[in-house]
Design a protein around this ligand. Structure first.
Ligand SMILES: *[C@@H]1O[C@H](CO)[C@@H](O)[C@H](O)[C@H]1NC(C)=O
Ligand SMILES: *[C@@H]1O[C@H](CO)[C@@H](O)[C@H](O)[C@H]1NC(C)=O
Ligand SMILES: *[C@@H]1O[C@H](CO)[C@@H](O)[C@H](O)[C@H]1NC(C)=O
Ligand SMILES: *[C@@H]1O[C@H](CO)[C@@H](O)[C@H](O)[C@H]1NC(C)=O
Ligand SMILES: *[C@@H]1O[C@H](CO)[C@@H](O)[C@H](O)[C@H]1NC(C)=O
Ligand SMILES: *[C@@H]1O[C@H](CO)[C@@H](O)[C@H](O)[C@H]1NC(C)=O
Ligand SMILES: *[C@@H]1O[C@H](CO)[C@@H](O)[C@H](O)[C@H]1NC(C)=O
Ligand SMILES: *[C@@H]1O[C@H](CO)[C@@H](O)[C@H](O)[C@H]1NC(C)=O
Ligand SMILES: *[C@@H]1O[C@H](CO)[C@@H](O)[C@H](O)[C@H]1NC(C)=O
Ligand SMILES: *[C@@H]1O[C@H](CO)[C@@H](O)[C@H](O)[C@H]1NC(C)=O
Ligand SMILES: *[C@@H]1O[C@H](CO)[C@@H](O)[C@H](O)[C@H]1NC(C)=O
Ligand SMILES: *[C@@H]1O[C@H](CO)[C@@H](O)[C@H](O)[C@H]1NC(C)=O
Length: 710
């Protein structure tokens, strides 16, 4: 082959290779440019989106961008989710979002984004979750959003949205959750919304809605939560047909300027929470007994008259009954508190203040767990009722408290708190120290008004949905906020079997995804939740999160890399061939460099042993040296060359960690000094083995750490 031709060949080949490498830009180019537009219309003071300027969205792990894991028929990867929760973003939303035509989740929750909601979002036919709550968005709701027929969740709460509720939303036939509370939406609730045959939770509280309450809402076949507090339906009545909403769990119409009578709600089988307070409702209270699930009945601050119906007695889940500030007459039935059969930790508050109640029918001896308020009634000046005074003074309510779960017997300094480690409060292994994921969480519309009796149920619900053990979840604190909403701070700990004492990246991604995709099974008792933050500290802070699922696009990357390598190899072969032909006899062979980049650490007092030293100490890991066996591997008694007696914990095949994790664990171990724990002497990280060498301690403590601690 003539030389020029050969070089030509090589050049062409080389170009091919470059082209192949360029094909690493595998995301649909129109989506790449859309993402760039989205970024440029946002202000990003914390530079969370800095990396959106390099590489490819799907392959280079742009923060918050998640892609489908297979290449589409058009040969491109497409963006599936945008998760930009709590990133301090301001600026506005670009209409270019509409070009992300295969998007399923659009999540900008809890930023400071302003401007209008681009109508182009209505083009994203595949959208399932549209989450823009907790921003400063203004303007009105675009009609075009009614085109999103696959949408299951629309959350725009806590913005400054004004204008009417579009009739086109009636086309959202898959929508389960419509959360528009805490905005300035005005006008009438369109009766057409009753076409949303799958709607479960309708939250429109704290807006400027007016007109009448549409009777048609009662046609919604699955509605479980209807919360419309703090609107102004001036002079409107509550349609009697709301008593047909058979799937309802919560009905909250507080402070809505409603008039007329209270409809009969006794046919609603699972009704847990009724708040009709602060209206101008009049007439008697319907006498039929409400659902046994009732936890909260608040009819205070109305113009109700007549007597207290006996139907409020014998409701086993009742936590709060308020009829205060009405004009109720007659006697107070002692059966309200006499026949109560409490569930554990339960409490009941009965508030009848400021009525015209004059006598007590029965004994005035409420049990300890019932708070009774009778002030402002004629009965308080009724000399015939003994002990009445204590119920007529105003009392301050005790705070709700978490049950004590921590045993503070663990040594204070043994858990390195500076790096986000702490004791797992109810760990089955005593004083298990681990790094939690920290989650800000809020129940937006719970159907309970007193939480402690439900904590157990709640923890079981969360952990089983997350596929975790109960002890892995700890509710750090909770508090009620206006709404009422229940804010909590959760910690999720790795299992005691986890040798690293923190979740690996796959697990963090899995747990985070369940929260951010609303993959929890539905619960009407606890209602919808809000994710406020998902904070990654200590060992988690280095994980570049949120990012691509690790499995995704690996295949593609591998293919590209293989192609590139094949290219490079071919070129090298050609060049080598040429060189060899040119300079025959020249024995200039390239020496292969052995790339052994073994990380090694130096920690005071911790020695690195060789495999040979370990084998000698244990007589070649002879079974006679074996003193124990844990999930992690076998433990041997060994004698080092300096005659020191040690225990050697040898990881089994399945328990091997990555080298970095292993060294991290050793660093952690070396910092733990606890008199009941054996101390670390050294480690061995050779020949594919991982061993930890401890001071040998007979019996007790040894059993402890074999069984799981260290
Ligand atoms: C951007 O990428 C660099 C290099 O991969 C990484 O160190 C950095 O943490 C990334 N920044 C963000 C905000 O993800
Ligand atoms: C947002 O900004 C505040 C201060 O302006 C800062 O304390 C906070 O850590 C930031 N949050 C995030 C998620 O960057
Ligand atoms: C809507 O959802 C259905 C069922 O999941 C799916 O088959 C369909 O492709 C989706 N439509 C769009 C436009 O993505
Ligand atoms: C989307 O909605 C708008 C307004 O509701 C309507 O005019 C338009 O025809 C719809 N587009 C599609 C593709 O359905
Ligand atoms: C009502 O109570 C029943 C029986 O205790 C229970 O199965 C059901 O889940 C409850 N419904 C709600 C909405 O809490
Ligand atoms: C009853 O009305 C009084 C006076 O308006 C108010 O101070 C009190 O908070 C009301 N009670 C309840 C339970 O709403
Ligand atoms: C309360 O219990 C007593 C007996 O324990 C019973 O006779 C009475 O009917 C009950 N009252 C109500 C309202 O259930
Ligand atoms: C009632 O309250 C007391 C303490 O105030 C508590 O010991 C008791 O267990 C409670 N009863 C029920 C049934 O919750
Ligand atoms: C929890 O324990 C602390 C101290 O031991 C005690 O003061 C507090 O009252 C306990 N709280 C509850 C709810 O039992
Ligand atoms: C606290 O310690 C005591 C005795 O050591 C034990 O019985 C109890 O179960 C522990 N409580 C928790 C929550 O671990
Ligand atoms: C996360 O939410 C919790 C609970 O609301 C709050 O205490 C904490 O400060 C929040 N952390 C961040 C970083 O926003
Ligand atoms: C991460 O942890 C989970 C559960 O402990 C485990 O099943 C999985 O294999 C781990 N993944 C990696 C990459 O280590």
């Amino acid at each position: 082959m003539p030389k020029p031709m050969m070089y030509g060949c090589i050049f062409t080949f080389y170009c091919c290779c470059l082209a192949l490498l360029a094909a690493a830009q595998v995301t649909d180019p129109s989506e790449v440019s859309a993402l760039r537009d989205v970024r440029s219309s946002l202000d990003d003071p914390m530079k969370h989106l800095q990396n959106w300027s390099r590489g490819d969205p799907c392959v280079s792990n742009w923060p918050g961008v998640f892609c489908y894991d297979t290449v589409d028929l058009d040969g491109y990867l497409h963006v599936r989710d945008l998760h930009l929760l709590n990133m301090n973003l301001s600026g506005s939303l670009s209409p270019a979002l509409g070009k992300l035509t295969l998007l399923q989740i659009l999540d900008f929750m809890w930023n400071q984004i302003s401007g209008e909601i681009p109508k182009e979002i209505g083009n994203i036919a595949s959208l399932k979750l549209l989450l823009l709550n907790g921003n400063s968005l203004s303007g009105s709701l675009p009609d075009e959003l009614g085109n999103l027929s696959n949408l299951t969740r629309l959350q725009f709460d806590e913005n400054n949205i004004s204008g009417p509720l579009p009739k086109s939303f009636a086309n959202l036939s898959n929508l389960r959750h419509l959360h528009l509370n805490n905005n300035s939406i005005s006008g009438q609730i369109p009766p057409e919304l009753s076409n949303m045959s799958r709607l479960l939770h309708l939250l429109l509280d704290n807006n400027n809605l007016s007109g009448s309450l549409p009777r048609e809402i009662s046609y919604l076949p699955k509605l479980a939560i209807l919360q419309l507090d703090n609107n102004n339906f001036d002079g409107s009545e509550i349609p009697a047909t709301y008593g047909n909403l058979s799937t309802l769990s919560k009905l909250s119409l507080r402070n809505c300027s409603l008039v007329g009578q209270i409809p009969d709600l006794s046919r609603i089988q699972n009704l847990s929470y009724v708040d009709l307070s602060r209206n101008r409702l009049s007439g008697p209270i319907p006498s039929n007994k409400l659902s046994e699930n009732a936890t909260t009945i608040n009819l205070s601050n109305n113009n109700l008259n007549g007597s207290i119906p006996s139907g409020f007695s014998d409701l086993p889940s009742l936590q709060k009954l308020s009829l205060a500030n009405n004009t109720l007459t007659g006697s107070i039935p002692a059966s309200l508190w006499q026949n109560i059969t409490f569930i554990p930790n339960a409490k009941l508050t009965v508030d009848l203040q400021n009525n015209l109640l004059s006598t007590i029918a029965g004994q005035l001896n409420p049990p300890e767990n019932v708070t009774l308020r009778l002030g402002g009634n004629p009965v308080c000046s009724n000399a015939n009722v003994p002990n009445i005074a204590q119920f007529c003074i105003s009392q301050t309510q005790g705070d709700e408290q978490l049950p004590n779960s921590t045993n503070s017997t663990c040594p204070v300094y043994s858990c390195p708190t500076d790096n986000n480690y702490e004791y797992v409060p109810v760990s089955p292994v005593p004083c298990f120290c681990a790094a939690p994921l920290r989650i800000g969480y809020r129940l937006k519309s719970p159907s309970v008004s007193y939480f402690p009796p439900y904590i157990d149920l709640f923890e079981t619900y969360l952990t089983s949905s997350l596929k975790l053990e109960r002890y892995q979840l700890s509710i750090d604190s909770f508090s009620w906020e206006v709404g009422p909403r229940l804010r909590m701070y959760l910690k999720i700990f790795p299992p005691v079997s986890n040798q690293l004492h923190y979740f690996n990246a796959t697990e963090v991604q899995r747990i985070r995804r369940i929260y951010t995709s609303w993959d929890f099974p539905r619960t009407d008792l606890f209602g919808p939740y809000e994710l406020l933050n998902f904070t990654l500290l200590g060992p988690y802070s280095s994980s570049v999160l949120p990012t691509q699922n690790s499995g995704i696009s690996k295949g593609i990357i591998v293919a590209i890399v293989l192609a590139a390598v094949a290219c490079a190899v071919s070129i090298s072969a050609l060049i080598t061939f040429l060189i060899i032909r040119r300079s025959k006899g020249n024995q200039n062979s390239l020496s292969r460099k052995h790339l052994s980049s073994k990380i090694s650490i130096k920690i005071e007092g911790v020695k690195a042993f060789t495999f040979r030293q370990m084998a000698q100490a244990t007589n070649n890991f002879n079974s006679s040296s074996k003193v124990g066996q844990g999930g992690y591997g076998k433990v041997y008694k060994g004698i080092l060359s300096d005659h020191a007696v040690v225990a050697i914990k040898r990881a089994e095949e399945g328990s091997l960690q990555g080298q970095r994790e292993f060294l991290t664990e050793i660093k952690l171990l070396s910092r733990l000094h606890h008199r009941n724990l054996v101390s670390l002497v050294g480690y061995c990280d050779e020949e594919g083995e991982q061993m930890l060498v401890y001071e040998f301690m007979p019996n007790g403590t040894l059993r402890d750490w074999i069984s799981g601690i260290w």
